[in-house]
Ligand binder design. Structure first.
Ligand SMILES: C[S@@+](CC[C@H](N)C(=O)[O-])C[C@H]1O[C@@H](n2cnc3c(N)ncnc32)[C@H](O)[C@@H]1O
Length: 199
């Protein structure tokens, strides 16, 4: 059984997920609560805070079409990359996280959630070698310009980007490359920056 409060939150943002996904997310919540007691993986300390982060991670499902591959930069304790992978289990996904404790948690959580297409890369994204990704996501790691620069070798002309931002997003996109068009989707205080090929 998935969590009732998460279910209610999803309805409020107009998302309906199937039961299997909700069960995976419930499993993730339990694991994170357990690990966080000992390992201090995230500031989200209780179920309510973890579910708020899950919801924040999932909102883009309403405007981002399913990619053929996903890279999440600096996944930390799982947001948003592992949560997106729970909703898109068939998509090959790389969660890039250099910190040992967090990377270990991500590996175990992905395994326990039955997410066979998830790979955890315990390294900085600038050191990751991989073919270009369809979608690159990131939350609370660094600014847009630097994210684009650090992931240039992991992208091509088809790559889309989904960055979870706040108030300063306009300044960050003032100097975007002409090859990308920007869309900002608001769910205060969150502002999702969705970058797609301009052509
Ligand atoms: C503030 S935490 C955010 C974690 C998660 N994305 C979230 O929103 O809860 C930033 C994370 O980015 C990781 N990080 C920092 N620099 C990185 C880099 N160059 N490549 C990949 N991950 C990086 C850190 O280890 C840390 O776990």
């Amino acid at each position: 059984m998935g969590s009732e409060s998460l279910r209610v939150g999803l309805v409020k943002v107009g998302l309906e997920l199937d039961e299997r996904v909700l069960e995976r997310l419930e499993h993730f919540t339990e694991l994170l609560l357990e690990w966080n007691r000992v390992h201090n993986l995230t500031g989200a300390r209780d179920r309510r805070e973890i579910e708020a982060n899950i919801l924040d991670s999932l909102v883009p499902l309403s405007f981002v079409s399913k990619p053929d591959s996903l890279l999440d930069v600096g996944t930390g304790a799982g947001f948003p990359g592992l949560v997106l992978a729970a909703a898109w289990p068939e998509i090959p996904t790389v969660l890039c996280e250099p910190l040992k404790k967090r990377a270990s948690f991500l590996r175990i959580a992905a395994l326990e959630m039955g997410l066979e297409r998830v790979e955890v890369a315990r390294k900085r994204v600038e050191d990751l070698q991989h073919e270009p990704f369809g979608l690159i996501s990131s939350r609370a790691v660094t600014d847009t310009g630097l994210l684009l620069e650090l992931t240039r070798h992991l992208s091509d002309e088809r790559t889309r980007y989904l960055f979870y931002k706040g108030t300063r997003v306009e300044e960050e996109i003032a100097e975007l490359p002409e090859t990308l068009k920007a869309e900002i989707i608001e769910r205060p205080p969150r502002r999702y920056l969705y970058l797609q090929p301009a052509a």
